[in-house]
Design a protein around this ligand. Structure first.
Ligand SMILES: C[S@@+](CC[C@H](N)C(=O)[O-])C[C@H]1O[C@@H](n2cnc3c(N)ncnc32)[C@H](O)[C@@H]1O
Length: 511
């Protein structure tokens, strides 16, 4: 007899092949391969209770099938199994129904009464309605009583005026992406102590876009385990997912556990998982208003964290602020010029510092080089001076996430009163103007060090570097930055020299 999971895998192959790439990217969906589905199911704690499982965006049911196989294989089987699946895509309904029926059959064979409900249609609307019904009943407030939720939610952006956005807002969450919405609704439908295991992009762990989600979600749910995959694309090999993925195990309930299990593996190779337990506050610091999740996966990560967080200064104590470049090119289109002329100022894109120092103008690139200096663009410019620039987006294959360079008003850039920084870069400044040159030099050395990159990767799983991420680092003191500026590392791209200068500084500061 074919197992429910094997059936789901076979049916997924056929159904997805029929749908094609356009459809798949349209609904933001990548089916979970059976081994990954098994990994998720393995992360639940099972007891002898009546199990009520929720699967929002069930596809053809791979996750529910994996869950059912695991729970039925336990020594202490559940008293009963009730499966609830939601799916919007008509093409998946028939195979999903078959897989759920197979799950019932497997339950019967194992002596566990099993039933299922297949909801066709929009899970957001359905779940939001259930929550609304709950809210009609006054205290004690009821949850919908799911004991477990398993999910690989769809990920795609949702428009500000879409029905999805409105439904989620009514359910208490402001979000511009679908997947946090699914996690949030499932969390609200879990009963107290109910457990969720979800595979999602890692992007929710940091950054301002997901802050409302982190505030809401981690107000109701406690993380128990986070599992990351070290190699990109290893999971969904056939589907070109560019995000890093993460499995999160969380439990409904206000009181966090003492510790969180952090684990990682290279793709799905068996037996290579690394695992450790760290205090909850090391993952999600209750004092952190940004609610950023930190994943220090090994002792090297601990060292990097200790080194950076042990530094003496906040940016503000250095009199420095980091902001995102003000020129959003599609908004300023009428004022952008390919070539500089008398009535323009330099406009700097990341392409102008690809080699480590600023080359301007750049004739090989299609990007504009200049911004028309007129009253309408006054607010987009900053006084010409010394700044530290950091790319906001790095290429997937780039070795480093944080790529910093010093911008100086020299050479071709001399003689201009103002400059414009484009929105794909962050710039460090002093009250909107230039920095002390030595301070800037030292900052760039520090930011380009391996220790900063290693620490950065603990809370950022994507290639975006937000100004808020840079704000929450700790920095060397002014004196230490001046020392870095005087070191042989200053102004070079020599990683060994940079790391050696920063290492020396760290050793001295620990003495
Ligand atoms: C990433 S896929 C995962 C499917 C399945 N859970 C698995 O792991 O193989 C997300 C699923 O959500 C479904 N979906 C997308 N938007 C939905 C919505 N608003 N309501 C219900 N299902 C939705 C898609 O059709 C797709 O099957």
């Amino acid at each position: 007899m074919e197992s429910p999971l094997a059936l789901a895998a076979r049916l997924a192959g056929g159904t997805c092949a029929g749908l094609g790439d356009v459809y798949r990217s349209g609904l933001g969906q990548f089916m979970t391969p059976p081994r990954v589905a098994g990994l998720l199911a393995d992360m639940f704690a099972f007891g002898e209770e009546d199990v009520r499982l929720l699967d929002l965006g069930a596809g053809v049911g791979a996750l529910t099938a994996a869950f059912v196989e695991k729970v039925l294989a336990c020594k202490r089987k559940p008293r009963s199994l009730q499966l609830t699946a939601w799916e919007v895509e008509e093409a998946f309904i028939e195979p999903l129904d078959q897989v759920l029926a197979e799950c019932v059959e497997a339950g019967r064979a194992a002596g566990v009464p099993t039933s299922y409900v297949l909801n066709r249609g929009d899970a957001l609307r359905g779940a939001a309605e259930l929550i609304q019904q709950d809210e009609l009943f006054t205290a004690p407030r009821k949850s919908h009583g799911f004991t477990h939720a398993i999910m690989n939610p769809p990920y795609r952006k949702i428009n500000a005026d879409s029905e999805a956005r409105l439904l989620l807002r009514r359910a208490g969450l402001e979000t511009s992406n679908l997947y946090p919405g699914f996690l949030w609704l499932a969390a609200r439908l879990l009963e107290p102590n109910g457990q969720m295991v979800a595979i999602t992009p890692r992007s929710f762990c940091n950054g301002p876009y997901f802050l409302p989600f982190r505030e809401q979600f981690f107000g109701q749910m406690s993380v128990e385990r986070l599992h990351v995959f070290d190699k990109r694309n290893a999971l969904f090999a056939g589907d070109e997912v560019l995000q890093e993925n993460l499995i999160m195990v969380a439990r409904r309930g206000a009181r966090p556990p003492a510790s969180v299990v952090l684990s990682s593996s290279d793709g799905l190779l068996p037996g290579n998982a690394r695992m450790r337990s760290v205090p909850y506050s090391r993952v999600l610091d209750p004092a952190d208003t940004g609610k950023v999740l930190h994943l220090a996966l090994d002792a090297t990560d601990d060292d990097a964290r200790g080194a950076v967080m042990g530094l003496p200064a906040h940016l503000s104590e250095l009199g420095v602020t980091v902001s995102t470049g003000r020129v959003v090119d599609f908004r300023a289109r009428d004022f952008l010029r390919k070539a500089p002329s008398e009535d323009t100022v330099p406009l700097i894109y990341p392409v102008h510092f690809n080699g480590g120092c600023v080359h301007w103008p750049c004739s090989e690139s299609r990007k504009p080089n200049a911004l028309l200096a007129v009253p309408e663009t006054e607010d987009l410019m900053v006084p010409n001076g010394v700044y530290v620039l950091v790319k906001r987006f790095t290429a997937k294959e780039e070795r480093r996430r944080v790529v910093a360079t010093v911008f100086r008003p020299e050479g071709n850039l001399a003689g201009f009163a103002s400059v414009g920084f484009e929105n794909h870069l962050n710039y460090f400044h002093h009250q909107g103007g230039g920095l002390d040159a030595r301070l800037a030099e030292g900052l760039a050395v520090f930011l380009n060090s391996t220790v900063v990159d290693a620490f950065f990767r603990q809370f950022s799983g994507h290639t975006q570097v937000n100004a808020t991420d840079l704000r929450c680092l700790r920095y060397p003191s002014k004196v230490q930055l001046y020392k870095l500026a005087e070191s042989p590392a200053a102004g070079t791209r020599d990683q060994a020299a940079i790391d050696s200068a920063v290492e020396t500084m760290l050793q001295r500061s620990q003495r």
